[in-house]
Design a protein around this ligand. Structure first.
Ligand code: ASC
Length: 127
């Protein structure tokens, strides 16, 4: 899938960046920094679900020595990283389900749960 390890790193970083942009648009509404619009929440949640599946392919073993913010621990505990990724993908699927209902309280709850899965992995495995 990738010509060089550097391409895999770029790919996963790009996927995380785009995912964060769309997750953040829901976050702005959840935090009252943007007016709540159920359609916007729905569109962004659907994108986050799709994007959440992408970064993991970029964590190929040959990228361990490429400079990035990934801590050495991630390579020693790749099973845990994958388990965290599965949790995150499940959490954003729950956010998507809430966004489809248009219920802001449900969106707030599932957004918070999803953000916690992002943070867990960042705290453990990101420099
Ligand atoms: C975001 C974003 C993250 C997570 C994290 C949650 O919107 O860009 O990395 O949420 O901050 O704690």
């Amino acid at each position: 899938q990738f010509q060089k390890p550097e391409d895999a790193v770029k790919y996963r970083q790009a996927a995380f960046t785009v995912m964060a942009a769309h997750f953040g648009r829901i976050g702005a509404m959840v935090q009252g920094k943007a007016p709540f619009d159920a359609k916007v929440a729905q569109e962004n949640a659907a994108l986050v679900v799709t994007l959440s599946k992408l970064p993991w392919a970029g964590f190929t073993p040959d990228t361990e020595k490429v400079k990035s913010r990934t801590k050495p621990e991630a390579w020693m505990e790749m099973g845990k990283v994958r388990a965290g990724a599965d949790k995150m993908m499940k959490a954003v699927a729950d956010l998507d389900a809430a966004a489809r209902t248009g219920n802001l309280d449900a969106i707030k709850k599932t957004f918070g749960d999803a953000a916690a899965t992002c943070k867990a992995c960042h705290d453990a495995y990101r420099e």
